[in-house]
Design a protein around this ligand. Structure first.
Ligand SMILES: Cc1ncc(COP(=O)(O)O)c(C=O)c1O
Length: 416
């Protein structure tokens, strides 16, 4: 973790100006200025995205790929352009490697149900980690139950780091896939996914990275990572809900069976035999989320224009400052203190349930999340039923950290 002073030198984002891009942040909640610290759950949307969505429905709305009229051509061009934007964003080698999905969850389910069903059999092993979101556990359990395969989990240290020595020992000839999160939505830990990929690849094992919490906070280069699959959701990076990306290496995507059947994913249909469309359309059945894809493209352009390095520097400054400030709150214990973290701070307050913390903070205008964060196995590992979580994005400020810390003081007053 960088020190506050060191990070401040590299942070050049004009947050005050950036906040103007997010109209929702001007709201008051219970008479107080909104302090939105629930960015790991979903992020707010800039006018660039809202305008793209509105423009689409006002001026460009038509179905894609099947029309010969002007509007359909316009919609198709924008829809295809967003795929190229996503390709550039992830530095994928080919736009055919970008599959539109509903989000991270659908991306992982797609891999489990296609690649997984074709390649995982009885006695095979699927390696996850103790810090996975339910979206990167349950799809594999469904598959494992069907096939008689076994799930194994990389242990997590008390600080919230993957135990890499144990990881290597888990791998064997039966291991067919390693699926781990890039950044933990609870601990904030940034996992050394390049090392994870390298270790797995020495044994020829397929690797999926859950990028839901990573993409808004650091540059992702799927070619440099060398992973086979990478999934993310647009709504966690300032885009709309209901759309996301599954990146897959072209050779793998080519070889996998289809996912859902319907219009758009076929080559030719007859009752005798049906052939399928080329990549990526073979995985995109039915009328897609056209507006969502266009909105996601606008969000990715927005982030790339600001620059993920500058965003990361700003967030590291917030993380260092918030970590310092929260340590002054009596009875507060942070869960997740890995040296390499994203700006996510989960904590428990002595004798106060996280839901009560969240409710009292809401009265002060501060939006945080409380609960198990869809990570029940991790909660078990941490020995807590739930945590409170403040998660930051590019538009958050040190002043908002101060409001959070002051509001936590009121929690103590209520429960004193
Ligand atoms: C690490 C991680 N993986 C997967 C998901 C699922 O994302 P979505 O609900 O957008 O599919 C989340 C959502 O919080 C997450 O934090």
């Amino acid at each position: 973790m960088a020190t506050v002073a060191a990070v401040r030198q590299t942070s050049a984002i004009d947050v005050k100006a950036l906040r103007e891009d997010f109209p929702i942040l001007k709201q008051r909640i219970h008479g107080r200025p909104l302090v939105y610290l629930d960015n790991s759950a979903t992020t707010q949307k800039p006018t660039a995205v809202l305008d793209a969505l509105q423009r689409y429905y006002f001026e460009q709305n038509a179905n894609v790929h099947r029309g010969v009229h002007t509007l359909s051509g316009r919609a198709t061009d924008l829809y295809d352009a967003a795929r190229i934007t996503a390709q550039r964003f992830l530095n994928a080698a080919d736009p055919r490697e970008i599959v539109y999905v509903r989000g991270t969850t659908e991306g992982i389910n797609l891999v489990a149900q296609t690649w997984g069903r074709a390649n995982i059999g009885k006695g095979d092993e699927i390696v996850l980690s103790e810090m996975e979101h339910h979206s990167n556990i349950v799809p594999w359990q469904i598959l494992a139950q069907e096939k008689g395969a076994r799930i194994r989990a990389i242990p997590v240290s008390d600080r919230g780091e993957l135990q890499l020595d144990d990881f290597e020992k888990l791998l064997n000839d039966k291991t067919k896939i390693v699926a781990v999160t890039h950044v933990s939505n609870v601990l904030g830990t940034v996992n050394p996914v390049a090392d994870v990929v390298r270790t797995a690849k020495k044994r020829g094992i397929t690797v999926l990275i859950d990028g839901a919490q990573a993409v808004a906070h650091e540059t992702v280069d799927v070619q440099a990572l060398g992973c086979d699959f990478y999934a993310f959701s647009a709504h966690k990076i300032f885009g709309p809900t209901g759309i996301g990306v599954l990146y897959g290496r072209a050779a793998l995507l080519e070889s996998m069976p289809v996912y859902q059947g319907g219009g758009g994913m076929i080559g030719r249909v007859s009752f005798g035999a049906t052939t399928y469309a080329d990549l990526p359309y073979k995985y995109e059945a039915g009328t897609p989320n056209i507006a969502g894809a266009i909105g996601m493209g606008a969000a990715l352009e927005y982030v790339m224009k600001i620059g993920l390095d500058r965003i990361a520097a700003h967030e590291q400054d917030l993380l260092a400052y918030a970590t310092q400030q929260l340590s002054t709150v009596p009875g507060l214990r942070l869960t997740g203190t890995a040296p390499h973290k994203a700006a996510v701070l989960s904590f428990v307050l002595e004798d106060v349930h996280p839901h009560d913390v969240g409710t009292i903070l809401d009265r002060e205008g501060v939006a945080i999340r409380a609960g198990h964060h869809c990570c029940q196995p991790l909660m078990g590992r941490l020995g807590v039923p739930a945590t409170a979580r403040a998660s930051f994005a590019l538009y958050n400020t040190r002043q908002e950290v101060d409001v959070l810390v002051k509001a936590l003081g009121t929690v103590h007053e209520v429960f004193a």
